[in-house]
Design a binder for this molecule. Structure first.
Ligand code: GTP
Length: 324
């Protein structure tokens, strides 16, 4: 359950309680000059903010050019769930994988995630650290797979393999309304087999289930991953109610209707049931791995963060018990 005053960051989020989510997709083919943006990331971001989690405010508060081909943009909303306010920051990554040469196109995202860890570490080690450290760490990366019905592409494998080691990855089948129910199930099955074959770690990771209850709940989620999602920012009247949906010649695809797609499962995972768990795993596993690595690097090389900070952190000692 969300904790009062906490923020959720899918990529990075500040404010006393925040969560940040990174929305990402890569081009359809490695080496292709047909950049494949347009998998519906921005639309899904709007859908998340417009869905039944109530809307309070919308303040685009962050924009950074990390690399000339890559532009990360973040949008923050204060959302309210059962009387609890949370700041949700979503960072959109348009253009990844859209280049002719997509080699290392995940670098800017990897760098962005690590920069947030570094900032947090610096603050944690500082003498006059804030009582509540601003948390811009990325708590989840929603990875968009094109609805091809085939297998994972090499670029998907590479991206998720690398990023899965430093952030919680939730893969989704984008624009699932373009697949029949059978195609969706078959595609999901293939992706699952690929994830296993390539040993890609996606959220919720089995090894971090805390108890049997947790495992039962997470097994149900794991069965459904990757969620087949549909996004829209349009509302329609259905039986006197306003619903978010995509109007087609044959009817309306209701994005929050579980019979139509799994958008609600994704939203509930990110904002309701697993918000705190995403943050906990980010802190206890991903950030901890980063912290240990960085402190070891600093210890070995004598470079990096100011030694003064480390002396006063009281958290790292050498074999003789001296602060390093
Ligand atoms: N059929 C279908 N179309 C969608 C869906 N989501 C978005 N679209 C449409 O796809 C087009 C691209 O959507 P965007 O949300 O701009 O895609 P994007 O991934 O943010 O694109 P970039 O910002 O270029 O990376 C728009 O015309 C949307 O209306 C969906 O779930 N199903």
């Amino acid at each position: 359950m969300p904790v009062p005053g906490r923020c959720l960051t899918f990529t990075s989020c500040a404010v006393s309680a925040g969560c940040e989510v990174l929305l990402s997709s890569l081009g359809s083919q490695c080496g292709s000059c047909l950049g494949q943006s347009g998998l519906g990331k921005s639309t899904l971001m709007n859908t998340l903010f417009k869905s039944k989690v109530s809307r309070k405010s919308c303040t685009p508060d962050y924009e950074e050019k990390i690399h000339k081909t890559v532009h990360l943009q973040s949008v923050s909303h204060v959302i309210e769930e059962k009387g609890v306010k949370m700041k949700l920051t979503i960072i959109d990554t348009p253009g990844f994988g859209d280049q002719i040469n997509n080699e290392n196109c995940w670098d800017p995202i990897e760098k962005y995630i690590n920069v947030q860890y570094e900032e947090y570490l610096k603050e944690e080690l500082s003498i006059n650290r804030k009582r509540r450290i601003p948390d811009t760490r990325v708590h989840c990366c929603v990875y968009f797979l094109p609805p091809s019905g085939h297998w994972l592409r090499p670029i998907d494998v590479e991206f998720m393999k690398r990023l899965g080691k430093i952030v919680n990855i939730v893969p989704v089948i984008a624009k699932a309304d373009t697949l029949t129910i059978e195609e969706r199930l078959e595609f999901r099955d293939r992706i699952k087999r690929d994830l296993e074959a390539y040993e890609i770690s996606v959220y919720p990771q089995k090894e971090y289930d805390q108890d049997v209850e947790d495992q039962i709940l997470n097994d149900k989620i794991r069965e459904k991953i990757p969620f087949a999602v549909v996004g829209t920012d349009k509302e329609h009247q259905v039986n006197g109610n306003k619903i978010l949906g995509r109007k087609t010649k044959w009817g309306i695809i209701e994005v929050e209707n579980v019979a139509h797609c799994e958008f609600s499962d994704l939203r509930d995972l990110l904002i309701r049931s697993h918000l705190q768990d995403l943050k906990d795993i980010t802190h206890n596993i991903h950030y901890e791995t980063y912290r240990v690595r960085r402190l070891n690097e600093i210890k070995m090389n004598g470079i990096g963060l100011s030694p003064l900070m480390l002396v006063n952190s009281g958290s790292e000692k050498d074999d003789a018990g001296n602060h390093v």
